[in-house]
Design a protein. Structure first.
Length: 304
């Protein structure tokens, strides 16, 4: 059985856009919680928090938007009995433009509603070739059903791209793509930007969002949508130096100079896995900083 009809899925997306705009205009966390869940909700809350840390004059006025239903491509899986309902959609937030992001909506039976749980900006407008049956429905596959298709393997490889520049598993699991190269670039450039004045270390963090969603692709492989959490720790090289938080960090760090800052990022990732034993392709990822903390420089600690 499909999780829902194509018409119902379009209604879910329309409702999401309407309520998301209403919530964002007032940064209404409770209202947003009726249409978002999981990693996406955590990312949206961090955006609210970051905005509230800025002086009113620095806050950008909110601009309403909506997903273009006419260009949306729906990937609604047929599910086995007892499987929780979900579907994916390739979406564009501009009318007339091809979809450039992949979203996942999950059914929340206890609340009798559907909520968006993740969204990934894709590298390109070439969408993954999801297999559809004669009625236009997709086939769900288990995201962790074997070592080759395991979302956990992909997640570990993504974390390695950030932590080591892909030295361990990242470059083995993934073929070079714009997305995987960008993660490695973040590691390489961020890790050296302080020169001899400080260091930056990326690491895996406790990940609350282990749900993964997979659809069969036309080549017999799978499209897998998953999430990860990582940290970035910036530290000064020796006493006497300090890191001055930027204005976007104000909500968490309150303009107080620090000797080190540990940022936490929640991210959504999308990858295609071939049916043969070949490298997977990371086709997009989207991250949001959800926390920042660190010890103040001694002079500030003394003042406190």
């Amino acid at each position: 059985m499909p999780a829902l009809s194509i018409a119902q899925a379009r209604d879910v997306i329309t409702r999401y856009s309407e309520i998301n705009n209403e919530a964002n205009a007032e940064r209404d966390r409770r209202l947003l919680d009726t249409v978002e869940d999981g990693p996406l909700y955590a990312m949206s809350l961090s955006d609210y928090t970051e905005t509230e840390g800025l002086p009113a004059k620095d806050r950008k006025p909110y601009k309403a938007w909506s997903y273009d239903i006419t260009s949306a491509k729906l990937y609604i899986p047929r599910l086995a009995d007892g499987q929780e309902g979900w579907f994916a959609a390739a979406l564009s937030s501009e009318k007339g433009k091809a979809p450039s992001r992949l979203a996942v909506f999950a059914e929340r039976p206890q609340h009798e509603r559907w909520e968006m749980v993740s969204v990934v900006d894709l590298d390109s407008q070439k969408l993954p070739d999801v297999a559809l049956d004669r009625e236009g429905y997709a086939t769900a596959v288990a995201a962790n059903d074997n070592k080759h298709l395991a979302a956990d393997v992909l997640r570990t490889a993504v974390l390695d791209n950030f932590a080591t520049g892909g030295t361990n598993s990242g470059s083995k699991v993934f073929a070079p793509t714009k997305a995987s190269k960008q993660q490695i670039k973040v590691h390489d450039e961020t890790g050296t930007r302080f020169g001899n004045q400080g260091t930056t270390v990326f690491d895996a963090a406790d990940n609350r969002y282990n749900d993964a969603y997979a659809l069969k692709t036309a080549d017999g492989g799978a499209l897998i949508l998953f999430s990860h959490t990582h940290t970035q720790t910036d530290s000064v090289a020796h006493s006497g130096l300090q890191i001055n938080p930027g204005k976007d960090d104000r909500a968490w760090l309150h303009d107080v100079p620090r000797t080190s800052i540990r940022y936490t990022f929640v991210c959504n990732d999308a990858a295609t896995v071939p049916s043969k034993a070949e490298p997977s392709r990371l086709i997009g990822y989207t991250c949001a900083r959800t926390d920042a903390s660190g010890p103040p420089v001694p002079s500030w600690s003394d003042r406190a």
